[in-house]
Design a protein around this ligand. Sequence first.
Ligand code: ZOZ
Ligand code: NAI
Length: 664
Amino acid sequence: MARYELVKRSVALITLTNPPVNALSSAVRHAMAKSMEQALNDPKVTAVVICGENGRFCGGADIREFAGPLRGPPLVPLLDAIEAGEKPVVAAIEGVALGGGFELALVCHYCIAHFKVNHFVLKIIKAVGMSRAAKPLSSRRVSMLTTPCPPDLDALLEVVTMEVKKKARGVMAPLACIQAVRAAATMPYSKGIKRESELMATLFNSGQARALQYCFFAQRTAGKWTLPSGAQWNNSKPREIRSAAIIGLGTMGRGIVVSLARVGISVIAVESEKKLLETGKQMVIGMLERDAKRRGVSASLNLLKFTLSLQDLKDVDLVIEAVFEDMALKKRVFQELSKVCRPATLLCTNTSGLDVDALAGVTDRPHLVVGMHFFSPAHVMKLLEVVCGPRSSSETIATAMSLGKRMGKVSVAVGNCPGFVGNRMLKPYMDQATFLLEEGATPEQIDKALEDFGFAMGVFRMSDLAGLDVGWRIRKESGLTGPDVDPKNPPRRRHGRRYCPIPDMVCEQGRFGQKTGRGWYMYDKPGGTNAKPDPLIQNLLEMYRSRYAIQPRNISDQEIIERCLFALANEGFRILEDGIAARPEDIDVIYLFGYGFPRHRGGPMFYASMVGLERVLERLEHYHQAHPDVPHLEPSPLLKKLVACGSPSVQTWREHIKTMHSHL
Ligand SMILES: CCCCCCCC(=O)CC(=O)SCCNC(=O)CCNC(=O)[C@H](O)C(C)(C)COP(=O)(O)OP(=O)(O)OC[C@H]1O[C@@H](n2cnc3c(N)ncnc32)[C@H](O)[C@@H]1OP(=O)(O)O
Ligand SMILES: NC(=O)C1=CN([C@@H]2O[C@H](COP(=O)(O)OP(=O)(O)OC[C@H]3O[C@@H](n4cnc5c(N)ncnc54)[C@H](O)[C@@H]3O)[C@@H](O)[C@H]2O)C=CC1
């Protein structure tokens, strides 16, 4: 917990020993307090060095302990004792010093950063001794330092506050940080610290803190995938990937090439036509060069090869297909790859929702086929859904997960069903938004409610960014709109359930979103990003409502949030029931990293648990009664089961799902 050694009979060396990050657990604080007391009371000790082990100074408070009551000695009195002590204390910092670990370093009289400790203790002490001779210890105490207070402090903090409110909408912690800075600049040390403690206590007891702590562990849990076969992250060995190929250099393919090349994997990129290949090549090179410049490294252009021929792929370790979302085309590509690539090559698809197993079925190696579903822009977005087909081997899954990690992605293993996890849940969410339009809301009202909730973008602004034509094409192919629609369908119903044709009407006018300068909003020019409400959309909605004799009503923000987000979570419960996601944490991680769900709300499943499952159930029942032709609003059996079991905490839902069927 904390090792105490006397070096050269005069220096106390205190090493924090709490793997993996030397967090300040109650046991560590206890051992630290004892060690400091011993060092300060031992007349032989002339100086103290505090360090961490295994290349890390300290990762701060032990977050695992936050769930329970505070045990062990509090941190602040320990820090005060170090700071006020009569012997010089040196923080020898290797690796991270975060949160409470950073505070620990601050109260030490000297800090040495980026320093390998062991044999250097005496050198440190010598250096400290010299400066001690020049400067008495009192000048090294952080409480004695004065904080410079700029004359325009109020104006400065006002600007920062505005920026923070815009960027971190609804998040409490950054605003509390600004208040703590103000206190530090305007109050004496003791009062400033007191103010900081008050702010800390408010934050610590907030739902936002619980959500953020949950997100931290959920993200780390996602890497620990497990299959019903018993295969899991720690017993399945990934293959090493040295070379890869990408088929299709469109929006997604380009980003995937960049993600691979920048971690040192050689990539062959394939296009179908010379002109497209050349355009794709120039785009990739530009992206890689900009990325390398930003990171201060040289662009790994020598790893790239561009070709029109699949024959060039015979030796690669792994292929990722990113051609159009067209099953027949993808099957042709997979059949061809099966012939061309060596038998051990992994074949992956970036499909956003098609049946991965159907693709595996046309190859000579279904066990080596897996979905690698990136998010746009693929070189920026952190999420990767690894879609496990029923025949994907554990080695294949382990390889895709490990490759994702190597590319800096947060990878989540999910099962194979239309839309997988993320896009499957998006449908009921977006359906609710368009139903609300029919009933009287506007795109800007719905977006504002969602953005006030904390989403980076409301559903309509996000759709304009992604492009409205993609969904339109899928709806046409599924016979939901266009000439293939059965004329016997009533206008606002498909397959016996409610259907909103407004998105199709918007697309029929050539309004595909930002890229055409018009969508749910209007933009200054094609490609513009500044969304303005468009009177034409307002007219369209009014005409639509009068055509179908819909009396528009005032819709509250609360209804918007409940209908959109409870429908989203309800589909999450069905996904858990179906075994498409192994645990609620995985769903939340997908929504946090792939869909801009606000982190301080924890993700859709955690949010539902915070609202209270009984309340979610009651509201879904209410809305389903009002809209019986919307099956997504019917509460899922798992939600009902959890409520019947007394609404257990989200971390224990897995126990209640165990009996259900798993596709993972
Ligand atoms: C009313 C008053 C109440 C008392 C309040 C006290 C207030 C304070 O004292 C203020 C605080 O310190 S709050 C905590 C501040 N510290 C942090 O937020 C650091 C969080 N950790 C990191 O950033 C990275 O893990 C880090 C950069 C450290 C390492 O990143 P890596 O990518 O190398 O490794 P990870 O995979 O992230 O982590 C490895 C394993 O370590 C676990 N872990 C990390 N930080 C932890 C921490 N602070 N506490 C407990 N466990 C922690 C992490 O979960 C992972 O575990 P496994 O998945 O089991 O391997
Ligand atoms: N755009 C998005 O936001 C996302 C798309 N996806 C999926 O990624 C895949 C690709 O989507 P996008 O990049 O958006 O499409 P895109 O239309 O921008 O690019 C597809 C590219 O594939 C090329 N291509 C078509 N047939 C080919 C062949 N036989 N050989 C070589 N190249 C061929 C096309 O010329 C085109 O450049 C689709 O399955 C899509 O569902 C997945 C996640 C997000």
